[in-house]
Design a protein around this ligand. Structure first.
Ligand SMILES: Cc1ncc(C[n+]2csc(CCOP(=O)(O)OP(=O)(O)O)c2C)c(N)n1
Ligand SMILES: [Mg+2]
Length: 326
């Protein structure tokens, strides 16, 4: 499958948006201006951007704790940054950055409980089928999460009940300090699909076009009641969360992986074919930085929750409805 220059440029911009957004988070964390834990996906942008660009308006995305590349591109930037800064206008009224969901933008809530997102996504996809809706759920899941029982039960049910779902396993080769080889004897994770009666494929997760093409095919199959598994292999450049030094791994391994940057790869291809110029690269970066700054400025002026709003917990129990409850 080949994509138009316009589509390729859009994928480049979406990956770069995530990269610059996460670099802004790093700067804020280093300044001491951002408390909490931020699981960055720098170096992994192609997996989620490839998936998001394959989705159509009816489709849903189930996030994990490491989902900025998808979320920054699916959600409203102002409302997203409002949540980051704990503002009432944020998706969860300032109560939970990592569990953002939105009915409007079709983003299903990530769970801090590893692997729990999978049965949740399967249930959601099953509901879409029961309601005879067109949508497919893209269910993101880390390599570490695939060792959780919930994931197996969810995949088994999905295949049995033929629900419209695509399991996208983002194999960044680490689950906190556990390397892939120490958590499973399986050579790759797509082989798991066969045991549930699904098809599975392992692809280069740093090739955004390949991810998009594979997810598009899987979405088409899922719409016909054929769920499947995609393992997209990439690498986590940063610590498990920003600031975690990653002393358990060899710096040379990280350096080696960083040579395979998905954003740089697409940029070089587009420059070589004349679709992207140095001036355009600069302009894209300037526009993204301005967009991020505008959202932070907006959020900084947006009110914090009042004392009463802070203890109004209905949002916590109805995460999927997000701000729509208001
Ligand atoms: C049930 C459960 N066990 C353990 C944890 C702690 N934990 C949080 S993230 C994580 C590793 C996740 O690895 P992976 O699924 O590969 O995602 P990645 O962080 O690499 O994106 C673990 C063990 C948890 N949140 N929930
Ligand atoms: Mg992982």
């Amino acid at each position: 499958m080949s994509y138009s220059n316009q589509e390729l440029l859009k994928m480049y911009e979406q990956m770069q948006f995530s990269r610059l957004f996460e670099e802004k988070l790093i700067a804020l964390i280093n300044e001491g201006g951002l408390p909490g834990f931020y699981h960055l996906a720098i170096g992994q942008e192609a997996v989620q951007v490839g998936a998001v660009s394959a989705m159509s308006k009816e489709d849903y995305f189930l996030a994990t704790h490491r989902s900025h590349p998808a979320l920054v591109n699916l959600l409203d930037t102002n409302k997203f940054i409002c949540e980051l800064l704990g503002r009432y206008e944020g998706y969860n009224q300032g109560k939970g950055w990592e569990h953002i969901s939105s009915k409007k933008e079709k983003v299903l809530p990530a769970s801090g409980d590893l692997g729990v997102g999978v049965p949740l996504a399967v249930g959601f996809a099953w509901a879409l089928k029961a309601q005879k809706k067109e949508g497919v759920v893209i269910c993101l899941c880390g390599d570490g999460a695939t060792s959780e029982g919930n994931v197996h039960e969810g995949m088994n049910m999905a295949a049995l009940f033929k629900v419209p779902i695509v399991f996208l396993i983002e194999n960044n080769q680490w689950a906190i300090s556990t390397p892939y080889a120490k958590q499973t004897a399986a050579k790759n994770l797509s082989t798991r699909a066969a045991s549930y009666g699904m098809t599975g494929v392992t692809i280069d997760g740093n090739d955004v076009e390949k991810v998009r093409e594979t997810v598009e095919e899987a979405i088409n199959k899922a719409r016909k009641g054929e769920p499947s598994v995609i393992e997209a292999v990439t690498y986590r450049w940063k610590g498990h969360f920003e600031g975690e030094p990653g002393l358990y791994r060899n710096p040379q391994e990280v350096e080696e992986a960083m040579k395979n940057c998905p954003v740089k790869k697409l940029k070089e291809k587009l420059m070589a074919q004349g679709t992207l110029t140095v001036d355009m690269v600069e302009k894209i970066d300037q526009d993204i930085v301005a967009r991020i700054k505008a959202a932070f400025d907006y959020a900084a002026k947006s009110p914090l929750p009042t004392e009463e709003q802070t203890v109004d917990y209905k949002m916590v129990y109805a995460t999927y409805l997000g701000g729509d409850l208001q």
